[in-house]
Design a protein around this ligand. Structure first.
Ligand code: ACM
Length: 500
């Protein structure tokens, strides 16, 4: 099926189609990469070579002299940078002379590549050669993100996902210009990252049977985790590691009983209950433990953020909660990181750079608005709109329904700057779509909950508000059926989408 230039998710800011001016990628087409674009050119070639079967050699361009910006190859695909476009912005120009992709920075250029993939026929995602005419519709797209933080979250604590699974998940996300992957690494059930100074965490709580219902096992060694962080960075994704505290810590207490009030280890837990475990605000052992964890994680984290959880601390008194957070936040700063916490963190005294992640359902939540008024940035992930683990409908599985059921139209039909009174555009760092894994047992389960709702949240995070249009979105979304089938990505065949 012929694509139109604007058939892209997230919707681009500006689209000027020129139907007379398409370009067909054929054998012999080359890629020319201006200085600084070589790595993205490799991503482009890797995306186009398998299905086209073309060589698509990457060169510096015909006129590359020392320090010179190479001229575009006639009849080719040219990549270049122009920092005046701005962070993560890009331009794509397609005419019979070829394709020029210009990034405001390498991330922007990477997003131009994602857009180009989407305007090629769906067969471009095949892993072997296809007999298809690879025509790109003519015209111009000029695009930039609404928010700098466009996140997804994967809970690897309730159900462990291997490095290969997380990489595969991430490859699917970046096609929608997601740039942060928040990993929920610890919870009552399991502890999923090796901490060298606290080896029992993963020996005891990362082993067999530590997922919900005894599924599992798994944890990441520090080397594996560093590899995952690098894999993400090569795709312009920042990993945001979360260590949930002071609640959601049963797995840590099983491994280190000194973290309980009476020093007695609790039993391991693989059920769905929340709100029963707490670190002890009044014990020094608590802070020695937290510092060991934060120090090692900060050393593994090139990105700016450490997420400290802070949600559902029903087993911690408000006084202890404030005392605990008051001791922990300076540790985050000590290791050079910026703290993120779920919105309950607003109940503590916070340094100015602390970020709150709003996950509520009740729009009358005014602790988040109060924190925003004091200058704290907010990440919007309201559970009734952006939680990918909510069921699509009463009769769909897997998933939970405590925040209601969320079909695609509901996931799409909200605005982050209009969600909480007192939390407007300027207060927002961005949006995130969390996927909790209590009911998930495979990567296919995770994909089914993520697609097609993640593209809705990605569009809300990236696209200008004025492009927001359900009829347009559902028509553009329909074209992803064949794309996901080619890629082997499971998706929910939502009945409100006229799938191709
Ligand atoms: C949460 O859903 N407890 C952040």
């Amino acid at each position: 099926m012929t694509r139109e230039l604007g058939d892209v998710i997230p919707a681009p800011g500006e689209v000027r189609p020129d139907p007379a001016a398409g370009f067909t990628i054929e054998t012999g087409v080359t890629i020319s990469a201006a200085p600084g674009t070589e790595a993205v050119a490799e991503h482009l070639a890797a995306a186009l070579r398998p299905a086209t079967g073309f060589d698509l050699p990457i060169g510096p361009g015909p006129d590359a002299g020392a320090g010179a910006v190479p001229a575009r190859t006639p009849g080719g695909i040219h990549l270049e940078l122009d920092e005046t476009l701005g962070d993560e912005a890009y331009r794509m120009v397609v005419d019979p002379g070829g394709i020029v992709l210009t990034g405001g920075d390498p991330a922007g250029l990477f997003y131009a590549v994602q857009t180009l993939r989407q305007v090629l026929p769906a067969e471009i995602h095949a892993d072997g050669p296809r007999e298809t005419v690879w025509t790109v519709p003519g015209g111009l797209i000029a695009d930039r993100p609404r928010f700098g933080y466009r996140g997804a979250m994967l809970d690897v604590a309730r159900h462990f996902f291997s490095v290969a699974e997380v990489e595969s998940y991430l490859d699917a996300l970046v096609q929608f210009k997601i740039n942060h992957l928040h990993l929920h690494l610890t919870d009552d059930q399991g502890w999923r990252l090796e901490i060298e100074s606290r080896p029992e965490l993963t020996v005891v709580s990362g082993g067999a049977g530590t997922g919900v219902d005894g599924a599992g096992p798994g944890f990441y060694t520090q080397d594996e985790y560093a590899g995952l962080v690098a894999y993400a960075a090569a795709r312009f994704v920042t990993i945001v590691p979360e260590f949930d505290m002071p609640g959601h810590v049963n797995a840590a207490q099983v491994a280190y009983p000194e973290l309980t009030a009476d020093g007695v280890a609790p039993g391991p837990r693989t059920d769905l209950e929340v709100g029963y475990s707490s670190l002890v605000a009044g014990k020094e052992e608590t802070y020695a433990f937290v510092e060991d964890v934060l120090r090692e994680v900060a050393a593994l984290t090139p990105g700016p953020y450490l997420h400290i959880g802070g949600d559902e601390a029903q087993a911690t008194t408000p006084e202890d909660y404030r005392a605990f957070i008051g001791r922990v936040l300076p540790l985050v700063a000590k290791y050079g990181k910026r703290p993120v916490g779920w919105h309950e963190l607003a109940g503590a005294d916070l340094p100015g750079d602390a970020i709150l992640q709003y996950w509520g359902i009740d729009a009358a939540d005014d602790t988040t608005a109060g924190a925003a008024a004091r200058g704290h940035q907010v990440i919007m992930s309201p559970a009734d709109r952006s939680y990918l683990d909510m069921r699509y409908a009463a009769d769909t599985r897997p998933g939970l329904d405590w925040a209601g059921v969320t079909d695609v139209e509901k996931a799409y039909g909200w605005d982050p700057a209009g969600r909480l009174p007192g939390v407007g555009e300027d207060n927002l760092l961005g949006v995130e779509a969390p996927l909790w894994s209590e009911t998930l047992r495979s990567l296919a389960d995770a994909q089914t909950m993520t697609f097609p709702r993640l593209p809705a949240i990605a569009e809300i995070g990236w696209s200008p508000r004025v492009t927001h249009d359900w009829e347009s979105f559902r028509r553009r979304l329909a074209a992803f059926g064949p794309r996901w089938r080619e890629q082997g990505i499971a998706y929910h065949p939502a009945p409100e989408i006229p799938w191709q």
